[in-house]
Write a protein that binds this ligand. Structure first.
Ligand SMILES: Cc1cc2nc3c(=O)[nH]c(=O)nc-3n(C[C@H](O)[C@H](O)[C@H](O)COP(=O)(O)OP(=O)(O)OC[C@H]3O[C@@H](n4cnc5c(N)ncnc54)[C@H](O)[C@@H]3O)c2cc1C
Length: 387
């Protein structure tokens, strides 16, 4: 059993860590409070090749293994979770195009997506359907060599930068509904496509999250992902597995940042003539956090390495995402307690971590849904724990 990263992964982590310390941490608080888009950081991430994380090498990407993929999201979220959002759904969509796209679609998009010259996102959620994706209302009706798409998508991260935007639609009304669902790669310059508004959010700032309206948008049939109707749900669910490793890793990064802030504050802050780190009540919080964060990290990289072994990892990724996001929520609150009144101040990082943490319990499937996914795998016998 080997709990160590390979030399290559260690070197990659060091590069990422140095990038976050130098380029993200010094500006994160100010830009986040100002609601400023992290343009310069995104440009540097492009130069580092991070937009090509999940693009195969033959199309100019990094073709990163899942452990390296998780390292990227952990390290960037340690600096500023909102920045991780700029490559999160992008990577998921690239993975879907690489895995399920036709050769023509791969050739058309992947090279530019790998460099960040083009960017992408993923549009699943609608005002009336999030968890219940089979309940979406967006329809794509065939008209010659085009589909005519009508519907509204909401909570779409990176919507203003996505070209193409993969959109989950119903190409047929079937029972069960997933048999009539497909993904279309939508060109944002098409008539009838609009990003109608940016949604105001508690945290996860920097990256935009928007409502998207498709009003009779004509999409060429050639843009049907994989070229066959009715495979959309299957394509999306495979992508969400990767997405859950991404969210688990972000949660570990946020939790680590909360712990780091708590430890350094506890060493510096004095009360009753001694550093508060000397008080047992503070030490117990630090011990609990360190233990739970390390457990979350191990679960996350276990899920990632299982995915690298080529297996379906619904249960493993679900466990990692569920546990790590709950740890991030707890860590941000406990770190705030260690900071006393200063934890509530916008001059300390912990208030941002506290606002960013809840998203990880919601995005890529809520934690209650993860628990159902885990339970289903266990009850069906497909998933099991232990050796
Ligand atoms: C900041 C942000 C960014 C996002 N980015 C994207 C994006 O880029 N693309 C995208 O497509 N979506 C995105 N989302 C949407 C996100 O994936 C959904 O919000 C999430 O899947 C939950 O869906 P919902 O909000 O419709 O909640 P609902 O599905 O309405 O759930 C409400 C509650 O009911 C519970 N519930 C629902 N069904 C069940 C069930 N069967 N059993 C038990 N409990 C259930 C849920 O757990 C939850 O507690 C984003 C959301 C946010 C907040």
């Amino acid at each position: 059993m080997d709990f160590e990263l390979s030399d290559e992964q260690k070197a990659f982590r060091e590069t990422l860590r140095a990038f976050v310390d130098k380029e993200i941490l010094p500006v994160a608080t100010e830009w986040e409070h100002a609601g400023r888009y992290p343009t310069e950081i995104v440009e540097k991430m492009k130069r580092m090749g991070l937009f090509g994380l999940s693009v195969p090498e033959e199309y100019g990407g990094m073709g990163a293994d899942m452990v390296s993929f998780a390292l990227v999201f952990e390290e960037i979220a340690r600096g500023w979770m909102g920045v991780a959002g700029t490559i999160g759904s992008h990577s998921l969509a690239c993975w879907m195009i690489a895995k399920h796209g036709t050769e023509e679609q791969r050739k058309t998009y992947l090279k530019d997506l790998a460099t960040g010259a083009r960017r992408t996102a993923i549009a699943l959620t609608e005002p009336g359907a999030g968890t219940d994706l089979q309940g979406i209302q967006t329809r794509a009706v065939r008209d010659g060599d085009h589909y005519v798409v009508t519907g509204t998508k909401t909570w779409i991260t990176n919507a203003r930068h996505a070209d193409p935007l993969p959109v989950l639609v119903k190409t047929a009304v079937t029972e069960p509904a997933h048999q009539g669902m497909s993904v279309l790669l939508v060109d944002p310059s098409a008539a009838g496509f609009s990003v109608s508004r940016d949604l105001p959010k508690l945290g996860y700032k920097g990256t935009e999250t928007c409502e998207v309206v498709l009003d009779g948008v004509r999409v060429p049939v050639a843009n049907l992902l994989g070229g066959v109707e009715g495979r959309g749900m299957q394509q999306v669910l495979g992508g969400l597995e990767i997405g859950r490793v991404n969210i688990a890793a972000r949660a570990v990064g946020v939790a680590q940042a909360a712990y780091d802030a708590a430890l350094s504050y506890a060493r510096e802050r004095t009360a009753f003539g001694q550093p508060i780190a000397e008080f047992q009540a503070i030490q117990l919080k630090l011990a609990d956090l360190a233990t739970e964060i390390q457990a979350a990290r191990l679960l996350t990289y276990w899920a990632a390495s299982q995915a690298d072994g080529g297996k379906r990892v619904d249960m493993e990724a679900g466990m990692a995402k569920y546990f790590a996001s709950e740890v991030a929520l707890k860590a941000s609150l406990e770190s705030m307690r260690v900071h006393g009144g200063y934890g509530y101040s916008q001059e300390f990082v912990v208030e941002r971590l506290y606002r960013d943490a809840p998203l990880m319990a919601i995005g890529e499937g809520t934690n209650d849904v993860q628990r159902l996914v885990i339970a289903r795998a266990l009850v069906s016998g497909k998933g099991r724990i232990g050796w």
